[in-house]
Write a protein that binds this ligand. Structure first.
Ligand code: KIV
Ligand code: ZN
Length: 509
């Protein structure tokens, strides 16, 4: 039992998760996903375990209809839903996609009735009844939304939902379309609707005032059975309630179950970030890069002893598929840096660590972000350049490029006493050479190129090129490789070989 203002309530045991990343999320300004991208996201949402995937709005475009059809054809465990206005032609487009649920909506607030739909309330009730009936007569499950519900006259809203219920809808949805509600208001509306209709209730909260998550949680506490959410809180304007936050709060704060496997939240967020191109702010809760990162000396000292000292504790990074990171910066302390350096494979004396801390703080004071590569450079400078062991050596390299050929590179590499030969193509000679090295080394270890930086040291076409690469192996061990040459391809190849040798050296350590 929890107390919400003056109310006593018992939250439900289970909440249905309706994901609308592919529909409302795609309405994020600047986002447009193609069919293949939508399919990748749908498969990931299915792996995550959402109950319902709103795959799109089939009446909007041909491509959208094709995407919804293709997602339905995947035969995923999550139910597939399509959006439709309360119009026969829209509903027919959703029917054509053979989805599991058709989500129909109509505006119900005075302002939207007056300026958008321009119908009488009586006419709206008729449309609701006829549209739900039409969906049901075609054998589909129906979800009915009263758009702008939170600005709708409450008596009319009750009437609208009762009408949808009479016509046989399977679910009703209360959207806070313009994100104007507060948790108390959502609580009151849901409670009132709950008293008047028996049909399962969803809520759909927008984040215009940053309250979408709080409003969704308050709705569940008031009796909503389902929440409509998006990955990374994408959606119209300021977005929708964040799936990651809603699910984590329900599970770990209120003990309310969902079907979502929270350990996949971070990878889902990353996939959606990559495919939509909408970069998550680092301080985004649960899945943001800084969500479990610590820099300040006081915090890292505590966290190294016991993570709960400066983390919520009840939510650990591994529960959401994330990682705890101690970050080097001007606020760093000895304990934090010692841990980072150990993870990087360096065992330094107390005195050496103190010198690294001073150097990091000095850089921080100059406004520099201290990356792992910088830290590596500082340490190597301090302990004298690591005598790079030649575990991997380049024996031969041949690169072909031109205006009528696909850039291709062939390499012969010596790994210990083995000779490895391979080739690959790329968008240019550097890309081809890097890919050829990676594909040859893959026989031993899958080494990813995390970062590639090219700087021209002097001017002119014969300028010296400095290439820095950051590489990562399958265990998460990272190393940098650097090389300076007049030839960009050779500089890139040497930097790669150096980075690979360092990874193998760190693995041996
Ligand atoms: O925000 C909204 O009202 C919607 C409806 C279509 C449910 O997205
Ligand atoms: Zn919406």
């Amino acid at each position: 039992m929890f107390t919400f203002y003056t109310e006593k309530f018992s939250p439900p045991n289970y909440v249905r998760i309706f994901d609308t990343t592919l529909r409302d999320g795609e309405q994020t300004p600047g986002v447009a996903l193609n069919v293949e991208q939508k399919i990748l996201i749908a498969k990931q949402l299915n792996k995550l375990g959402v109950d319902i995937i709103e795959a799109g709005f089939p009446a909007a475009t041909k491509g959208e209809k094709e995407a919804v059809k293709s997602i339905k054809a995947l035969g995923l465990s999550s139910k597939i839903c399509a959006l439709s206005r309360c119009k026969k032609e829209d509903i027919d487009a959703a029917i054509d996609c053979d989805v599991d649920i058709i989500h129909i909506f109509i505006p119900t607030s005075d302002i939207q009735i007056k300026y958008t739909i321009k119908k009488s309330k009586e006419e709206i009730l008729n449309i609701v009844y006829e549209s739900v009936k039409y969906v049901k007569e075609h054998g589909f499950k129906c979800l009915f939304s009263a758009m702008d519900a939170t600005r709708t006259d409450l008596n009319f809203l009750i009437n609208v939902f009762k009408t949808a219920e009479e016509a046989g809808t399977d679910y009703i949805n209360i959207p806070d379309t313009v994100g104007i509600a507060t948790p108390e208001k959502m609580f009151e509306i849901v409670k009132t609707i709950r008293k008047n209709v028996k049909t399962p209730i969803d809520v759909h909260c927008h984040n215009d005032l940053g309250l979408a998550v709080a409003n969704s949680i308050a709705s569940v506490l008031a009796g909503a059975d389902g929440v409509q959410v998006t990955v990374n809180g994408l959606g119209e304007r300021a977005g929708n309630a964040s799936l990651e936050q809603v699910v984590t709060i329900l599970k770990y704060i209120y003990g309310i179950k969902t079907n979502v496997k929270t350990e996949y939240l971070y990878e889902t967020s990353k996939l959606v970030e990559r495919l939509t191109g909408v970069k998550l702010m680092p301080n985004y809760p649960i899945v943001g890069e800084n969500a479990f990162s610590h820099e300040s000396g006081i915090h890292t000292h505590g966290v190294v002893q016991k993570p709960e000292t400066f983390e919520p504790g009840i939510i650990k990074p591994e529960m959401v598929g994330h990682k705890r990171r101690i970050v080097a910066g001007k606020h760093s302390g000895t304990h934090g840096l010692e841990k980072i350096l150990k993870e990087m494979g360096y065992e330094l004396s107390k005195e050496q660590i103190r010198i690294v801390v001073d150097r990091v703080k000095e850089l921080g004071d100059k406004g520099k972000r201290v990356t792992e590569a910088d830290l590596q450079a500082i340490v190597e400078d301090l302990i004298g350049r690591i005598q790079d062991k030649k575990i991997v050596e380049l024996e031969e390299l041949a690169v072909m490029t031109g205006n009528k050929v696909i850039p291709t590179a062939s390499v012969k590499i010596k790994f210990k006493d083995k000779i490895l030969i391979g080739s690959d193509t790329g968008v240019g000679p550097v890309d081809a050479a890097i890919k050829a090295i990676r594909s040859v080394i893959k026989e031993i270890e899958d080494i990813k190129l995390v970062e590639y930086r090219l700087e021209a040291i002097s001017g002119g076409s014969d300028a010296l090129a400095s290439v820095t690469v950051i590489l990562e192996d399958s265990r998460g061990i990272k190393a940098t490789g650097r090389a300076v040459r007049e030839d960009i391809v050779m500089a890139s190849v040497e930097a790669m070989i150096q980075g690979i040798n360092r990874i193998f050296a760190l693995r041996e350590r």
